[in-house]
Design a protein around this ligand. Structure first.
Ligand code: BGO
Length: 712
């Protein structure tokens, strides 16, 4: 940029060497004044560079960019109002982690940034080896090592600043994740701030929302000046703030700061080597073990296994109570409602259908409780960190890990937010590979299917089975991703920083709130979508009824029967015949031509077709299908017991079915989301197609392979 006139704003923590650098840049050509309206000193000067003149403005030394002090406010206002060409952030390289906190805030704001890694002499003397190339690349801001005291690196700093100033026009904010609760609050606040077509240039609505959650007095004042915003945003802000405070037992400011430090901590691990023992914080000491290359994965597997043991152990009694309750409810409904279609709808369609799904609510709640503990302590971030190292070998990315965990990597989750979580992935091919593989994770809707079949056929191996299913789903997702990245989605994986926020002691209240929020989602879904689909499935399994002639034949056989036992037997056969004759029954039977090699009977086929609406429907439909064939109201068995007794079922087939349910077409809502996120139907249809073919092949291998080994 020969001859260009540039303005550089010099920023940094106090004592980072900012004044020394300012002097090295500008020499004697300095001016001193005041920022308007405040007693904060303003210094500026001129530097010569490649024949042009560079104005250097020395901002007040600050630790943050939230308006907690006049210095911070002055520095921020200057940036926003004057928009200097580039910000040079002076960082004390010997105290890198603490100093980078401000750098993260500049990046969140989106200013064009160059970092002067100052005090490099001190850092080296302390045994720190900083890979400034890598650090700059991961952070998204170039780094220039300097020793301001001697003027070393100053010319290179100017050249880099000029290059960055020439290359960028728009502010591009870095969007960090601040954990589940704050991210959620930010999404709501951002939507609210954007309403009415307001644009918050150059700050951006997300940044304004972030500052509101950080209780930034200046931004709050600005928002309150707009009467419409004041009426809506402030109560919303207060509600979200209180919610975070309540669940996390800490101010949002503290949580946001933790995540910024978590981001820096992740950066630091990748780009800095300490050749001499530095003082370790408690979190670092715990991480020495929990994220160790060998011990970390071993602990992760042990914790996962422990969680499954706990979930099955803790939920056994309450799931039994729920089953008993729904059994009793079905019997009561049969006694109260006169025999006929309406009774069948209520008992078989609603109670035996939806009841089966609701019955597993305690198991789901305990799973979410365990997940809440992992999240609220900060361990989930370590899970992502450990898995990131593994996923890289499969062409995936740090953000893919997060999407996979959200989708049910631990068991329980949902692929819909999982697909959305890939938005932060900048590399389109890695993103697509992630979107196409997250549906293989064990989402919360597959859990009741597993719980039902594991309870019925593998009662002594519950935790082992779920553990195995988890490993299988990860194995399949990684293999699928690897194949996609070798074929359709070839390309390199971009570097990524994994956040490692400090560990926290969770509060019981916070854990209960998180557990409740998610369990309530499950219950709500069972009471709405699953209920609706259940009723449709019931109708498909009920209509059209038997033709009059055939019904009359059955009736006459029943009345001719000698004993009550014989009558009951015939009644049962008639009910079965009616279901077989129904629309769904015929479809289910037609499908057995395809699914017989997998061991699936017609009821399972119907359930799997229904499961495309939502996978819980597999359980609900089986509940209804078995209920419709049942005639004895006294015999209130749970679905699991019915399956275990049915001669058409065996453990091998149950296992093949679990694999099929794990892998086959993602549910309808996920498919719609994939279409939206990939910009059209082709990838959504591909996701449905490849998973269903894969599911079929795997279930076939399991079932036929198992039979060859004599397991059937
Ligand atoms: C004193 N290397 C080393 N080793 N020291 C540096 C460097 C560097 O790269 N850059 C700056 N310093 P400021 P702020 C001092 O003043 O520029 C030193 O607050 C002393 N003073 O010389 O003031 C710099 O503007 C007596 O040190 O920082 C200064 O950001 C004994 O870091 C200090 C020892 O620099 C702070 C040091 C009377």
């Amino acid at each position: 940029m020969a001859g260009a006139n540039l303005t550089i704003a010099l920023a940094g923590n106090p004592n980072s060497g900012k004044t020394s650098l300012f002097n090295a840049l500008t020499g004697a050509r300095q001016h001193v004044g005041n920022y308007p309206g405040v007693t904060v000193e303003k210094k500026w000067g001129a530097a010569k560079f490649q024949g042009g003149e560079v104005t250097v403005v020395d901002l007040p030394g600050t630790y943050s960019l939230t308006a907690y002090s006049p210095e911070e406010l002055v520095a921020r206002d200057y940036l926003v109002q004057e928009k200097p060409d580039v910000v040079v952030h002076v960082v004390d390289a010997a105290n890198l982690e603490r100093n980078l906190y401000l750098a993260v805030q500049f990046l969140e704001l989106g200013v064009p940034l160059v970092i002067a890694l100052n005090m490099m002499d001190v850092a080296e003397a302390r045994g720190l080896r900083i890979d400034e190339q890598k650090l700059g690349q991961l952070l998204g801001a170039p780094m220039v090592p300097t020793v301001a005291r001697t003027g070393k690196g100053v010319q290179e700093l100017l050249a880099t600043a000029a290059r960055v100033a020439a290359g960028r026009q728009e502010w591009r904010p870095l969007e960090l994740s601040y954990g589940h609760d704050v991210d959620h609050a930010l999404t709501e606040l951002t939507a609210n701030l954007e309403a009415g077509g307001r644009d918050w240039q150059p700050l951006g609505p997300r940044w304004v929302g972030l500052k509101l959650l950080e209780n930034d007095s200046e931004i709050k004042k600005q928002v309150s000046r707009d009467p419409v915003l004041a009426a809506e945003t402030e109560p919303l802000r207060q509600r979200l703030w209180d919610h975070i405070k309540n669940t996390m037992d800490d101010d949002p400011e503290g949580i946001i700061a933790d995540h910024r430090y978590g981001f820096i901590s992740g950066l630091y691990r990748q780009a800095v080597t300490e050749t001499r023992q530095q003082r370790l914080e408690l979190s670092d000491r715990i991480d020495r073990v929990l994220t160790n290359r060998l011990l970390g994965p071993a602990f992760l597997l042990a914790i996962l296994y422990g969680v499954y043991e706990f979930v099955f152990w803790a939920s056994e009694a309450p799931v039994g109570w729920f089953e008993q309750f729904f059994g009793w409810l079905g019997g009561a409904a049969e006694a109260v409602i006169p025999e006929g279609l309406f009774q069948s709808l209520i008992v078989s369609g609603v109670i035996d259908g939806v009841g089966g799904v609701l019955g597993f609510a305690p198991l789901i709640a305990f799973m979410f409780f365990a997940i809440a503990i992992m999240e609220d302590t900060g361990y989930m971030a370590r899970v992502a960190y450990i898995l990131d190292r593994l996923l890289r070998h499969f062409g995936l990315h740090g953000n893919s890990v997060i999407a996979m965990i959200v989708s049910g990597g631990i068991s329980g989750g949902c692929a819909v937010p999982g697909v959305m979580a890939t938005r932060t992935l900048k590399d389109p091919k890695a993103r697509l590979a992630t979107i196409l593989t997250v549906p293989l994770m064990n989402c919360g809707a597959k859990l009741p299917v597993y719980a039902l079949l594991i309870g019925a056929f593998f009662a002594s191996q519950q935790a082992n089975m779920l553990f195995a299913l988890t490993l299988i789903s990860w194995g399949l997702a990684l293999l699928a991703a690897r194949v996609l990245r070798w074929t359709l989605l070839k390309g390199e994986t971009a570097p990524f920083v994994m956040e490692l926020p400090p560990y926290r002691l969770p509060t019981l209240k916070g854990l209960l709130i998180h557990t409740w929020e998610r369990t309530w989602q499950y219950v709500k879904k069972a009471g709405t979508v699953i209920l609706g689909v259940s009723v449709i499935m019931w109708a498909l399994m009920t209509f059209p009824g038997l033709p009059q002639e055939r019904a009359a034949q059955w009736e006459s056989r029943i009345s001719a029967a000698q004993s009550q036992e014989a009558k009951d037997g015939l009644q049962h056969q008639m009910a079965q015949d009616a279901v077989r004759y129904s629309a769904a029954g015929r479809m289910g039977h037609a499908l057995t031509y395809v699914t017989a090699p997998l061991g699936f009977d017609w009821r399972t086929n119907v359930a799997l077709v229904g499961g495309f609406a939502a996978k819980e429907v597999v359980v609900a439909t089986m509940g209804t299908a078995y209920s419709l064939g049942e005639v004895d109201p006294e015999e209130s068995q749970s679905l699991g017991e019915r399956l275990a007794k049915d001669s058409a079922w065996n453990p091998l087939m149950a296992f093949a079915l679990m694999i099929f349910v794990m892998v086959y077409a993602p549910c309808f809502v996920t498919v719609v989301m994939i279409r939206r996120e990939t910009g059209g139907w082709p990838w959504a249809l591909f996701a449905m197609g490849y998973t269903t073919v894969l599911a079929y092949v795997l279930a076939l291998l399991v079932y036929q392979g198992g039979r060859l080994l004599g397991l059937g």
